[in-house]
Design a protein around this ligand. Structure first.
Ligand code: AMP
Ligand code: MG
Length: 344
C-alpha cells in the first residue's frame, strides 16, 4: 500500500476523505501520534488492530472535537465526568463511560464501556471536524514498541501499512492521556498521564488509583484498562531501572556497564541533563532535566527508541520521582523495563 504523506496540517480535506472511505490516517495529537479510523465503521477499526498488530481485546479511545459528539456514544454522564470535562477538556484526559449501542464492540474490546477523549491539538481536532467523524485512535506505532512522538517514528513503523500520515511537529506531552473510569462512585485512574493525580484530586476532592497499577500483574489479576496487561513501550534492548540515592545509583550503573561490556554486550545509559557527564557507556543519552519532569515525559519514548537505533543490548536507566507527571513517566518506564529494578 502506498502511504500518502500530508505536510500541510491546515489542509486536511484529503485525510478526512480517506477516513470517510474507511481508511486509516495517522495524526499528531498533544499526547503521542494517533492512528485514526472512523470509530463507527467496524471494518475500518479492525484495520487499526491489523496495522499495529494490537491484541483485539485491548479497546480503543474514541476522539471527539465537540462536546455534542459525546452524547450519542454514551448512555450516562456522571457528575464526576461533568466536573472533569469542564476542567480538563480539551486535553490529555480520557474518560470511561457506559457505552451506547452505537459504539461497535470492536472499539470497546467487547466491554460495555467506552473511553472518550477530547484532544486539544489543533491538527487532530481539525481532522475530526473536517471528517465529521468520531475517531478511534490508539498510538500510531507497532504494538509493544515505545509510542511515537514525532513523524519519523510513525513513518518507521507504519509506512506502507496505512493510507495516510499527517506530518506535524513533536508531541507536546509525550506520554499518553490519563485514563479515568467515571462510572463508579469515585473517579479511578486506570492509566496515569498528562493530567496528574494531584490535578484530579484538586478538582474532585477524591480520586483512586486502579489497584492493578504500579506492579507487575499477578497471575489472574485483571486490570480495568485491558491495555495495561500487555508488554508495552519496550525497545528491543533490555531496560533495567536502578533506584536509590543518586550518587550510589551512578556508581552502580557505571559498575554494571563495565561488567556487561566485559561480557560483550553493548550498553546504554539513560541519564538526565544533570547526570549525563557522570556516565561512561556505549551510548549515554539525557532524557530531560530533573528540574522540569515534563521534559522527561516529552522525550522518554523517543530516547528509548534511540537505543535501538544505536543497537544497544542493555539500557540502564535512572528511576524518577513519582509525583505529578512523574507517575506517568515511571508507569511507562516500569513497563518498558518489564518491572526490572535494581535497588541500591
Ligand atoms: P492506547 O490507545 O494504546 O493509548 O491505549 C488506550 C488505553 O485505554 C488502554 O490501556 C486501554 O485498555 C484503555 N481503555 C480503552 N477503552 C477502555 C474502556 N472502555 N475501559 C477501560 N479501559 C479502556
Ligand atoms: Mg499505545
Amino acid at each position: 500500500m502506498e502511504t500518502i504523506i500530508i505536510s500541510d496540517t491546515n489542509d486536511l480535506q484529503q485525510a478526512a476523505e480517506i477516513l470517510r472511505q474507511g481508511g486509516l490516517v495517522a495524526s499528531p495529537t498533544e499526547t503521542v501520534y494517533g492512528l485514526c479510523a472512523n470509530a463507527l465503521n467496524e471494518d475500518a477499526v479492525k484495520n487499526i488492530y491489523k496495522a499495529k498488530g494490537r491484541p483485539s481485546d485491548n479497546p480503543l479511545i474514541v476522539h471527539i472535537a465537540d462536546l455534542s459528539m459525546l452524547q450519542p456514544l454514551v448512555t450516562e454522564v456522571s457528575p464526576i465526568a461533568k466536573t472533569l470535562m469542564e476542567r480538563f477538556w480539551p486535553g490529555p484526559m480520557t474518560l470511561v463511560f457506559k457505552a451506547s449501542s452505537l459504539v461497535p464492540k470492536v472499539v470497546t474490546g467487547g466491554l460495555d464501556t467506552v473511553a472518550v477523549r477530547f484532544p486539544s491539538d489543533p491538527t487532530i481536532t481539525n481532522l475530526i471536524r473536517t471528517s465529521g467523524l468520531p475517531l478511534a485512535a490508539p498510538s500510531a506505532n507497532t504494538s509493544g514498541k515505545p509510542s511515537p512522538t514525532n513523524f519519523s517514528r510513525v513513518y518507521e513503523d507504519l509506512n506502507g501499512k496505512i493510507d495516510c500520515i499527517i506530518q506535524g511537529g513533536d508531541s507536546q506531552f509525550g506520554v499518553e492521556s490519563t485514563v479515568i473510569d467515571t462510572t463508579g462512585e469515585i473517579a479511578t485512574i486506570l492509566r496515569p498521564g498528562g493530567i496528574t493525580f494531584e490535578m484530579l484530586e484538586e478538582a474532585l476532592g477524591k480520586v483512586m488509583m486502579d489497584p492493578a497499577l504500579g506492579h507487575k500483574l499477578k497471575e489472574g489479576e485483571v486490570p480495568k484498562a485491558p491495555g495495561m496487561k500487555y508488554t508495552h513501550y519496550a525497545p528491543n534492548a533490555k531496560v533495567i531501572l536502578v533506584r536509590g540515592e543518586q550518587d550510589k545509583v551512578i556508581e552502580k550503573i557505571n559498575e554494571l556497564v563495565k561488567t556487561q561490556q566485559a561480557l560483550g554486550q553493548k550498553v546504554g545509559v539513560m541519564a538526565t541533563d544533570e547526570t549525563l557527564s557522570y556516565f561512561k557507556a556505549d551510548t549515554v543519552y539525557s532524557v530531560g532535566t530533573e528540574n522540569d519532569p515534563r521534559t522527561i515525559a516529552a522525550q522518554l519514548f523517543e530516547v528509548l527508541r534511540k537505543y535501538d537505533d544505536a543497537k544497544m543490548d542493555i539500557v540502564y536507566s535512572l528511576a524518577f520521582k513519582t509525583t505529578g507527571i512523574g507517575q506517568a513517566i515511571m508507569n511507562r518506564l516500569e513497563k518498558s523495563a518489564g518491572y526490572h529494578f535494581i535497588d541500591v
